[in-house]
Write a protein that binds this ligand. Structure first.
Ligand SMILES: [Zn+2]
Length: 289
């Protein structure tokens, strides 16, 4: 399970979120058999998504974010809900690029430096609403900060990181997010910008100190509220049946006739669902009732 700590700091002028998403990224690696580079790109997006989930206000609220760039990893999709259940996928789970000169994974090369972040929120209104923002750097933290600052008019500073160990396992992942509250003074914004500079290596800090160590070091005495986000896919046979029905009866019948069966693989957890011609008859029959 992941863990997040939230509090208001600087006399209530800045909201602070510190996240440990190591277990969420581990689960994503296990489901999708991710290369270290794909794990870093999807893991950072899952961490930004965890922050989005934490901001959902009502039970049943949910969101999806798509990062569509021109990098070798292709598009990344992350979804989450108010229960802090996260899931995600990347077009190319096995993306590989040479390390950058500083020895770090080339996340910008995986995501791309040109493209868009698009967010859709479903909070029980008639239509989902959302926003979109061009990619700034492809390293993702700056991109999500820009999304909040420009698309949602919510000045934001963010640090995201994923560390992959020698055996391709995630050894530390997380993020720090600072957002201004209404009435935030200029000098507080400057102080917040300085503060975020401490967390350039957030994944290494999570690995070495953990969330509590970070809180102790930088936020001594702050009263945090604690949250427990996790990776959880919402798919199930019934869910997949609804997706199949949305194809339309003729298309569904043609597909099962052609292939003898229909195989659907969930994009978020790679689970396979198989439907025989009899299954298809049954689904269509039930849909008519
Ligand atoms: Zn699934």
């Amino acid at each position: 399970m992941g863990r997040a700590l939230r509090a208001l700091i600087f006399d209530g002028q800045i909201s602070l979120t510190v996240m440990d998403t190591t277990d969420i990224v581990r689960q994503a690696i296990e489901f999708h058999k991710l290369s270290p580079l794909s794990a870093a790109a999807l893991g950072r997006t899952l961490t930004a998504g965890t922050f989005m989930s934490l901001n959902l206000k009502n039970d049943g609220d949910k969101f999806s974010v798509t990062v569509k760039g021109n990098g070798v990893g292709g598009s990344i999709v992350v979804c989450g809900n108010s229960a802090l259940e996260m899931r995600g996928m990347i077009d190319n789970p096995r993306a590989v690029l040479p390390l950058k000169p500083n020895g770090k994974l080339d996340v910008a090369g995986c995501v791309g430096t040109s493209g868009r972040i698009t967010v859709l929120r479903d909070i029980g209104l008639k239509e989902p609403y959302g926003g979109s923002c061009p990619l700034v750097s492809g390293e993702l933290a700056e991109d999500f900060a820009a999304y909040y600052t420009y698309s949602e008019q919510q000045p934001t500073a963010m640090s995201l990181g994923v560390r992959i160990g020698v055996d391709y396992d995630c050894v530390g992942a997380g993020g720090v997010v600072l957002q201004t509250m209404p009435g935030c003074e200029d000098k507080t914004i400057a102080a917040a910008e300085e503060l975020i500079g401490n967390f350039a290596n957030i994944s290494g800090m999570i690995e070495n100190y953990g969330l509590d160590g970070i809180a102790e070091r930088y936020f001594k005495g702050v009263a945090f509220t604690e949250y427990f986000p996790k990776y959880k896919c919402i798919c199930g046979r019934e869910y997949i049946e609804r997706v199949l029905l949305s194809m339309g009866e003729k298309e569904l019948r043609d597909a099962v006739k052609e292939q003898g069966k229909i195989e659907v693989q969930c994009h978020f957890c790679d689970k396979k669902y198989t439907f025989s011609p009899e299954d298809v008859d049954k689904i269509l029959g039930e849909a008519r009732e």
